[in-house]
Design a binder for this molecule. Sequence first.
Ligand code: 5GP
Length: 195
Amino acid sequence: MNSIIMKKGLLIILSGPSGVGKGTVRKYIMKHHSLPLVFSISMTTREPRSTETNGVEYYFVSKEEFQRNIDEDNFLEWAEFVGNRYGTPKSYVEQLRNEGKNVILEIEINGAEQVLQKVKDNRVISFFLRPPSLKQLEERIRKRKSESEETIQKRLAKGKSEMEKAKNYDFVILNDRIKRAGDEIVSIIKKFDAQ
Ligand code: 5GP
């Protein structure tokens, strides 16, 4: 009997403090590498930044709609981050992985912990992206020019405590240069997938 067994797609977690450059590294990987990779678009209650489009970076929803999705158990994980909520749609991620597609989650630390606790198959790989220094983290957050001073301070304080969680991940990647960090992640994913 001929049967083709399709491998379940990888679940790739890319986490790290706010402002470390997760989005930039992820976009670099998707643009410059031929890995079949789908970005999981999260839902958030945060207001869109001027550079963001609904359905591209996030699905921007009301607090009520977010709550409804919690009540209906639609999230693989969700977390509150500096006053807003962010969550990963469960069925979308599952469907893509069952189709053999690799899915990348770009999420903060609490959410990453939930995913690592919940998803126990051996096709999960986690990366913690770390900044060269806290000074550089601050510079990156300030460069976005989208947050108030109060929010910047909250994000920085959170970033400092988040750095201690790096040891819970399969790989810690230094984001000194986007290309170098992105290429390192891709070579690890390729090795992992070939096993
Ligand atoms: P930002 O407001 O800067 O876009 O995101 C704030 C933090 O939430 C970032 O660390 C970002 O990676 C994270 N984040 C984005 N989407 C999700 C999600 O679906 N779940 C969780 N737990 N964190 C997310």
